[in-house]
Design a protein around this ligand. Structure first.
Ligand code: NOJ
Length: 582
C-alpha cells in the first residue's frame, strides 16, 4: 500500500516534470522562510556554468570557439536555467597555456573576436538575466606582455620590478619547482641581463611581482576597466600564490609534494587582497571567487570570512584532488572531506562546489562511470551531488550532456602544455612513456577540453573547419540535439535539478548532515532549513547498494530520481540518486 502510494506520488511528480515544465513549487506548508535567511545573496543561490571558450562553439570556421559562437548559443545557455557564466580567459594571449598567459589584459584574443563582440556577449547575457564571471590571471602574465618585454630589456627599466629577477652574479637562485616546465625548474636564465626570472608555471608565464605597488596599481586599473563594463564576477586564478618571500629562502627537500603549503599564503597575501578590495572590489557589486586557497579550511576561511572584506567565496582542491584519478576511490574518505569542509564553513564564509573544470578530466570519467550502460545514470547522480550540497555549484560545459574523457592514445593528439612538457620530462628522464599515456587517459586536462557536442553532424556541429583538438568520437550519440528530444536525457535531468535547487532555498542554505557515514557505497545526507528537510541518497557504485539512514520514509515525498522507477525500501540501483522531501 505504502509502496503504491509512493509510486503514485512519484508518477505525479515525474509526469508533471516531464510534460509541464515542473516548477517544483513550494507548498504553503513547506514554504521556506526565505526572508529570514541571514546573508542571502545572488551568488550563493546561483548555479554557475563554466564555458571553455576555445571549445564551445566556433562561428567563423577557424576550428576555434569564439565569442560570436557563444552569442549564437545564448538561448541554449538560458534554457539550462543557470544564473551566471564563467568564461576562461579571453584576453589577448600567445596561448601557450590557452589564455592563462595574457599578453594584453585590455584586448580580446583575436581568435575569439573583438571588444565589440565582448560587449554584445555581455549585453546578450544581461538581457537574459545571466551574469558574467571573468577569469583574472595576475599571478603571472605572458612573456609577450609589454611589461615583461620592458622588464627583461635592462636592469634599470622602470618595469624591471614588475617581475621577479635574480641576478646571476649572486649565484644560482634557490630551487623553485615549476608546474609546467620540462625540467620543473621555475627559474629561467635570460642572457640579455644575465639574470634569472621566476615562473611557477611555464617559461612563457613569468610571475608578476605583487610586492611592487606600481604593479598592483596597474592591476587595479585593469580590474576597474572590466568592472566598469558591467562584469558581475571575477574568478581569481592561482591567487594563493601571488605573494612571495623575495629573499627566496630554501624549502625542505620534497617540498614540491605540497606546493600549496610552500607557495601559498606568502607574506602580505592578505594585505594585498584587502588593498585590492578597498581600492576596487568594494566599489562594485561584484562576486569574487578565489582559486585554490586550500592548504586548510582555516587558510581558506581567511579569504572569505565576510569580516575580513576579501573575496566572496573560494574553491578548495582537497575534494577534487582526492584519490588522484585512481579508479575505485574510497567513498568514505570522499564523504569525510566534503563533510569536514562543510562543517568549517557552516557559520560563515562560503565555498564553491564542483567536480570538474578545465583543469580536470571529465566529471563522469573521473568520479562516475563512462561505460555506455552507466554513463547517463552516473552523470545524473554526480550532478545531483553538485546541485544538492551547500556551496555554489560550478558546472562545466558539456557535463550536462554527460560528455566523457577522450582518452588520447598518443602524445601528438594532446594540446595542453602541461601534458606535452610532462611527457618530454618523462622522456628525458627515461620514464615509462606507455604508462604515462595510460595515466593521462584518466587524468589529462585535455580530456575536459574537447569541443562541445552540439549534434551528430560533421565535427559535432562545433565548427565547419578543422577543430583545434579532436572531437570525442561518441558525438554521434552524445550530443545536445539528441538529448533535447529525450525527456530522460542527462541534459533534461540537469535542467530539472537546476530548477529544483533554485526553487528550494533549503538546498542552498540548509544545514547539511551526513548520514550512514561508514557506508562504503552510498553517500546520504539531509539538508534542513526553517522546518523543511530534504534527504539525498546517492549510490556511487556500479552495483546495487543499500542505505541505512534511520529515517522513516513513510511520509516522504519523492522529488527526483535518476531511474524511472522509485527505489524499493533501502535498496538502490547502480548509481541511483534520489531526493526526498521529509
Ligand atoms: C590555474 C588555471 O585553472 C590553469 O588552467 C592554469 O594553467 C594555471 N592556473 C596557470 O594560470
Amino acid at each position: 500500500m505504502l509502496k503504491n502510494m509512493r509510486l503514485i506520488s512519484y508518477l505525479i511528480i515525474s509526469i508533471g516534470c516531464s510534460f509541464i515544465s515542473c516548477k517544483y513549487s513550494v507548498s504553503a506548508r513547506h514554504a521556506d522562510k526565505i526572508d529570514s535567511i541571514p546573508g542571502r545573496t545572488w551568488w550563493k543561490e546561483a548555479v554557475i556554468y563554466q564555458i571553455y571558450p576555445r571549445s564551445f562553439k566556433d562561428n567563423d570556421g577557424d576550428g576555434v570557439g569564439d565569442l560570436k559562437g557563444i552569442i549564437s548559443k545564448l538561448d541554449y545557455i538560458k534554457s539550462l536555467g543557470v544564473d551566471a557564466v564563467w568564461l576562461n580567459p579571453i584576453y589577448q594571449s600567445p596561448n601557450y597555456d590557452n589564455g592563462y598567459d595574457v599578453s594584453d589584459y585590455y584586448k580580446i584574443q583575436p581568435q575569439y573576436g573583438t571588444m565589440q563582440d565582448f560587449d554584445s556577449l555581455l549585453q546578450g547575457l544581461h538581457e537574459r538575466g545571466i551574469k558574467l564571471v571573468m577569469d583574472i590571471v595576475v599571478n603571472h602574465s605572458s612573456s609577450q606582455h609589454d611589461w615583461f618585454k620592458q622588464s627583461r630589456s635592462s636592469r634599470t627599466n622602470p618595469y624591471r620590478n614588475y617581475y621577479h629577477w635574480w641576478n646571476a652574479e649572486k649565484g644560482k637562485p634557490t630551487p623553485r619547482y615549476s608546474f609546467f616546465d620540462v625540467n620543473n625548474d621555475a627559474w629561467k636564465y635570460d642572457t640579455l641581463t644575465n639574470a634569472y626570472y621566476l615562473h611557477y608555471f611555464a617559461q612563457q608565464q613569468p610571475d608578476l611581482n605583487w610586492e611592487n605597488s606600481a604593479l598592483r596599481e596597474d592591476i587595479y586599473k585593469m580590474l576597474r576597466f572590466w568592472l566598469d563594463k558591467g562584469v558581475d564576477g571575477l574568478r581569481m586564478d592561482a591567487f594563493q600564490f601571488i605573494a612571495k618571500d623575495t629573499t627566496f629562502p630554501p624549502f625542505p627537500a620534497g617540498y614540491e609534494k605540497n606546493i600549496a603549503k610552500y607557495y601559498g599564503n606568502g607574506p602580505h597575501l592578505h594585505d594585498y587582497i584587502q588593498e585590492m578590495s578597498k581600492e576596487v572590489l568594494s566599489k562594485y557589486p561584484v562576486m569574487t571567487v578565489a582559486e585554490g586557497a586550500d592548504t586548510s579550511p582555516e587558510d581558506a576561511m581567511k579569504f572569505v570570512d565576510p569580516a575580513r572584506h576579501e573575496f566572496s567565496m573560494a574553491y578548495h582542491f582537497e575534494g577534487i584532488d582526492y584519490g588522484k584519478y585512481k579508479p575505485n576511490y574510497d567513498l568514505i574518505g570522499f564523504k569525510k572531506i566534503y563533510s569536514y569542509w562543510d562543517s568549517c564553513f557552516e557559520n560563515k564564509g562560503w565555498l564553491a562546489i564542483f567536480l570538474a573544470n578545465h583543469d580536470q578530466p571529465r566529471m563522469v570519467s573521473h568520479w562516475g562511470n563512462d561505460a555506455p550502460q552507466f554513463r547517463n545514470v552516473s552523470s545524473k547522480m554526480l550532478t545531483t551531488f553538485v546541485m544538492t550540497m551547500r556551496g555554489t555549484p560550478y558546472y562545466y560545459y558539456g557535463d550536462e550532456l554527460g560528455m566523457d574523457n577522450i582518452k588520447f592514445d598518443k602524445i601528438e593528439d594532446y594540446r595542453d602544455i602541461s601534458t606535452i612538457n610532462a611527457y618530454q620530462h618523462e622522456k628525458n628522464t627515461g620514464g615509462d612513456l606507455e604508462k604515462f599515456i595510460e595515466d593521462k587517459k584518466r587524468s589529462a586536462r585535455d580530456n575536459g577540453r574537447t569541443p562541445f557536442q552540439w549534434d551528430g553532424n560533421d565535427n559535432a556541429g562545433f565548427t565547419t573547419g578543422t577543430p583545434w583538438i579532436k572531437i570525442n568520437s561518441d558525438y554521434k550519440t552524445v550530443n545536445e540535439a539528441a538529448e533535447e528530444k529525450d525527456s530522460n536525457s542527462v541534459l533534461n535531468y540537469f535542467r530539472k535539478i537546476v530548477k529544483l535547487r533554485k526553487n528550494n532555498p533549503v538546498l542552498v542554505y540548509g544545514k547539511y548532515t551526513l548520514l550512514d557515514k561508514d557506508n562504503p557505497n552510498v553517500y546520504a545526507y539531509t539538508r534542513e532549513l526553517n522546518g523543511r528537510k530534504m534527504l539525498i541518497v546517492l549510490n556511487f557504485k556500479n552495483k546495487p547498494a543499500t542505505v541505512n539512514t534511520g529515517i522513516n520514509l513513510a511520509k516522504a515525498t519523492l522529488l527526483l530520481d535518476n531511474y524511472s522507477t522509485p527505489p524499493e525500501g533501502n535498496s538502490l540501483q547502480p548509481y541511483e540518486a534520489v531526493i526526498y522531501e521529509l
